[in-house]
Design a protein around this ligand. Structure first.
Ligand code: TRP
Length: 327
């Protein structure tokens, strides 16, 4: 039986952290290893141009993502790993989709509104049509599903709306893919546990996958645990949620101690430091090896680009015919 195709992308915007891992990368590896899917995972470098960035840094950012993919266990023999900008068919299809997408639908996108308010000096048109390029990234592979976090659902809904609109106007071509939601709660900032863990808050808010044990220890030592005056304790909840992903038994034991008011936060932090150190020890070694061998990473992408381009150009040709740009 043919495997169900799935596709997802990650932006190269610097070091990947625990939120990226639990929110998507871990799920990618599990989906690949389930053997049920024909997996396409890519680096969304075109999308990353919509944020403020340093051009001199971009190649290094791309290398970091592919090295992270490989060091976490994404395997080019099992999955197609590729670079978005190497497949111009994405942007060509995105143009066609631009002509089908009402301004009003994009104006409603919460990620656009969020980002626009955070980068007031750079509210570029790319940021606005970001979800349209994302729809093209997806539909050009005619997938069954899209592994994403909760924050991308609105974009996936728009993707389905664009597929329907295209099919109605020009004839059936695209499926309506489903989101495959990552089965984990959000990972929050260490210092402001009401906010999602994000690099943009600052390095002390996040645990990078490459952080050495001494760094993890220092960051966790400063992590907020008790919030003054309230019984709600989002900081502790966050640390125990993270721990649960690696060691559910220990996490449960701490939850019980928390309920009995016997918990010692210093102990939670010590256990979590140790757990994360062990969980990523192999990753850190392999990641360092890959960064020292950029040609090996480039080769993986090159092979993936060829495989992805084959599918993408075939779909683009069908779309061009349907819209009347080619016979
Ligand atoms: N918008 C996604 C994010 O920020 C990245 C992305 C771009 C993507 N194109 C995609 C994800 C296509 C899934 C499918 O996380």
């Amino acid at each position: 039986m043919a495997k169900l195709r799935i596709i997802s992308g990650i932006q190269p915007t610097g070091k990947l952290h625990l939120g990226n891992y639990l929110g998507s990368l871990k799920h990618f590896v599990e989906l690949q290893d389930s053997g049920k899917y024909d997996c396409f995972f890519f680096i969304a470098d075109l999308h990353s141009l919509t944020e403020n960035y340093n051009p001199q840094q971009k190649q290094a950012d791309v290398l970091e993502v592919i090295a992270t993919f490989l060091a976490l266990g994404l395997d080019p023999k099992k999955s197609t790993l590729f670079l978005q900008s190497a497949i111009p068919a994405h942007t060509q299809l995105a143009w066609i989709f631009n002509t089908l997408t009402p301004m009003g639908e994009l104006e409603r996108m919460t990620q656009y509104k969020d980002k626009a308010s955070r980068q007031k000096n750079n509210v570029n048109v790319g940021l606005f049509t970001y979800p349209v390029l994302m729809a093209a990234d997806i539909l050009i592979y005619k997938p069954f599903g899209i592994p994403v976090g909760q924050d991308q659902i609105q974009h996936v809904e728009l993707t389905r709306a664009i597929a329907r609109k295209f099919n109605t106007k020009y004839g059936e071509l695209f499926p309506e893919p489903k989101e495959l939601l990552t089965p984990v709660p959000k990972v929050m900032s260490l210092l402001e546990p009401e906010k999602k863990m994000s690099k943009s808050l600052g390095d002390q808010h996040v645990i990078n996958l490459t952080d050495e044990p001494d760094v993890i220890k220092k960051k966790l030592a400063r992590a907020v645990t008790a919030t003054e005056g309230g019984s709600e304790n989002p900081g502790v909840e966050n640390l125990l949620t993270i721990l649960e992903q690696f060691d559910a038994e220990k996490s449960n034991a701490f939850w019980k101690q928390e309920a009995d008011r016997e918990i010692r936060y210093s102990e939670v932090k010590a256990v979590l430091t140790d757990t994360l150190d062990k969980a990523f020890a192999t990753f850190r070694k392999e990641y360092a090896r890959l960064l020292a061998h950029p040609k090996e990473c480039a080769k993986v992408l090159h092979t993936g680009n060829i495989a992805a381009a084959k599918v993408a150009t075939a779909t683009l040709a069908e779309a061009l015919t349907k819209v009347g740009l080619q016979e």
